[in-house]
Design a protein around this ligand. Structure first.
Ligand SMILES: Nc1ncnc2c1ncn2[C@@H]1O[C@H](COP(=O)(O)OP(=O)(O)OP(=O)(O)O)[C@@H](O)[C@H]1O
Length: 617
């Protein structure tokens, strides 16, 4: 029978509280205390139930003692046995019911806390600037989102409650013992400082091992993730053995850490076990003497041993509970590391803006202007500056190409325009508004980006292409948008896919060719219907005739959308109304492709492929 069907013991599920509004979160909000706030009432109820169960459990030996004493005195035997047996059974039954109720009461608050923290963390990952992701290895984030939060849940649902009940049981149990014999209670109490000393020593070394083990788990997760993502490269270069050797080394380090943790735990359990055994042996000697002298009854001695055995087992388990506490504490610290940005971290471009001063972009459709004014930028304080006074105005509906040698900062300019990074100094204006005063979601809704390395999701072509499209569109409008985007990006291969636009493409689109993926990524940017299209070398994987077709479509069908693109091929550059030559972090020349061809440095930059193209023709 499903135990949940005990309607008396069934507890109504709790709603998950909404995440703390982003940007309003203080460091104090990122603590277990704060996360448990909405569920604390139910958790405390669970604790009270657990305490009652624990007190009942520790009371059973008292009844046993009383039965034994009754048997040894002149009272009627049968009635004592029946009464005592019934009492023990009733106490056991009540205890079992309370344990079930406690589980129901505390598992949900603990899971709710885990869920809230996980959603918060994911929210943070999505909203954090790219500089955050540049810094954090993916595996570390993965283990923080999954296993670390599981550790916190187990501590909240079980460990913490168990530790508190152990303390209360020791206090109540000692009082029961003292009622039977203060000497024996004293012997038990005297064993505690030594036990605490060994446990304290254990905690100190176990904490370091726990932290190291959790960090190592994160590193290994990163290795697995990167190897799976780069499996083609590893196979093509025959580096499987090498990758395996590296992984084995890391994995063995984790194994050694786990063995050390196990040994440390085993050592403390042995030490506490020896103390318990010694205490019971001394207590037995003293206890038998007291019984022989007649100052203690046999029942009281029996109940002392039953109580002491329960308490000793609980005390021995406390090292395991403390290890849980340490795991949860390290996990909480690791969670906080991710949630609280490092000094000077810029979480949102508009975070510091006074809300009353925040400006709104017009929702008018069509081309958006974009202007860089003396923009300086470096990826980090210690990094070399990439842009050193970059100024450029792109007018609505204009197509501007950025060219420059590899690493000159072309992609960086596009990423700044998309609000993925913020200028270190200088300003960026979108439709004449300072981008710092425009809410980021608004800014991003006006721009769409197609990356050179197209990232596709394991979903249908339709879902991939319409990812950035407004969710208010009707199905008919969505279909039109999808058709137009696929048409402009010359993605006619979609019609040949088994289920057309409904075909689910494999993980990261790996089932498609590089050129096919690039065209879907381009179609996705177009389908977002932006004011500005930011295209980072989006046609590099296309053959010459498909490239020409896409360029013609751009010219004829984009309808006033501003385009800022980077390109290496002259054929793509020639599409632009104006071309910007980027050198040493700033604009070195600006003009049409044919105007710039009068410059030797521009010709040199374009020459190799022009020559190659000529040879091909
Ligand atoms: N996330 C990053 N963190 C630190 N440095 C970066 C980062 N991304 C790029 N860089 C550095 O910034 C400089 C400019 O890079 P960027 O990608 O903008 O050049 P690019 O002109 O687009 O190059 P390419 O033509 O090869 O695509 C390079 O020196 C690069 O190493």
């Amino acid at each position: 029978m499903d135990y949940m069907s005990f309607s008396l013991l069934r507890v109504k599920p709790l709603p998950t509280p909404p995440p703390v509004p982003y940007g309003k979160r203080s460091e104090d909000d990122i603590s277990l205390w704060a996360y448990t706030r909405p569920v604390r009432g139910r958790w405390v109820a669970g604790l009270l139930v657990a305490l009652t169960a624990a007190v009942l459990a520790i009371s059973i030996p008292q009844v046993l003692g009383w039965i034994i004493d009754s048997l040894l005195t002149n009272q009627p035997v049968a009635s004592s046995v029946w009464l005592g047996g019934t009492l023990v059974f009733a106490l056991g039954l009540a205890q079992a019911g309370l344990i079930l109720l406690r589980r129901q009461l505390v598992v949900e608050p603990a899971s709710t806390v885990e869920n809230t923290m996980r959603v918060d963390l994911f929210d943070r990952l999505l909203r954090s600037p790219l500089s955050f992701h540049d810094r954090w290895p993916s595996g570390q984030l993965l283990t923080r989102a999954m296993s670390d939060l599981g550790t916190i849940r187990r501590w909240t649902a079980f460990g913490l409650i168990q530790l508190i009940t152990t303390l209360v049981q020791v206090a109540v149990g000692t009082a029961y013992m003292a009622r039977g014999s203060w000497q024996l209670a004293l012997i038990f109490l005297m064993s505690l400082p030594l036990t605490v000393f060994f446990i304290w020593r254990f905690v100190r070394s176990f904490r370091t091992l726990t932290r190291a083990s959790q960090e190592k788990t994160g590193d290994l997760a990163t290795t697995v993730e990167q190897s799976v993502q780069g499996i083609r490269v590893l196979k093509a270069l025959g580096r499987g053995e090498h990758a395996l050797a590296g992984f084995e080394k890391g994995s063995s380090e984790l194994k050694n850490l786990e063995i050390k943790r196990g040994r440390t735990m085993g050592m403390v359990q042995m030490q506490v076990g020896i103390i318990s055994g010694l205490t019971l042996a001394i207590a037995l000697l003293v206890g038998l003497n007291l019984v022989a002298e007649g100052t203690m009854s046999v029942g009281a001695l029996s109940s002392y041993f039953a109580t002491a055995t329960i308490l000793m087992a609980q005390v021995e388990r406390s090292s395991m509970l403390l290890s849980m506490y340490l795991g949860a504490k390290v996990s909480m610290d690791r969670h906080r590391q991710v949630m609280v940005g490092g000094a000077g971290e810029q979480v949102e471009l508009t975070l510091d803006a006074d809300e009353s001063e925040v400006e709104m972009l017009s929702t008018q459709l069509g081309g958006t202007s974009i202007e860089f004014d003396q923009v300086h930028f470096s990826y980090g304080e210690s990094e070399r500056p990439v842009l050193t006074g970059f100024s450029l105005k792109v007018h609505p509906g204009e197509i501007v190409a950025l060219v420059g040698s590899t690493g000159s900062g072309k992609s960086t300019v596009l990423q700044l325009a998309a609000g993925l990074y913020a200028p270190t100094s200088g300003s960026l204006r979108i439709d004449e508004l300072d981008a710092r005063r425009v809410p980021l979601p608004q800014l991003r809704s006006r721009v769409a980006f197609a990356f050179e390395e197209p990232v596709l999701f394991s979903a249908s072509v339709r879902q991939n292409v319409l990812l950035g499209a407004s969710s208010d569109l009707t199905e008919n409008e969505q279909n039109k948008l999808l058709e137009r985007a696929l048409d402009i990006s010359a993605a006619d291969f979609v019609a040949q896919l088994p289920q057309g636009v409904e075909t689910v493409i494999g993980e990261e689109g790996m089932s498609l060719s590089g050129g096919q993926r690039q065209r879907l990524s381009l179609a996705r940017a177009i389908a977002a219907d932006p004011g500005v299209l930011l295209l980072d070398d989006p046609l590099s994987a296309l053959d010459v005739s498909t490239e020409e077709q896409v360029i013609t479509n751009f010219k004829n069908q984009l309808g006033g959308t501003t385009v800022l693109l980077t390109a290496h091929r002259p054929s793509t550059v020639a599409l632009a109304d104006r071309v910007v030559l980027l050198q040493e972090g700033k604009v070195a020349a600006l003009g049409t492709h044919s105007q710039l061809l009068s410059r030797a440095d521009y010709r040199n930059l374009m020459a190799p492929s022009t020559t190659r193209q000529g040879a091909e023709q």
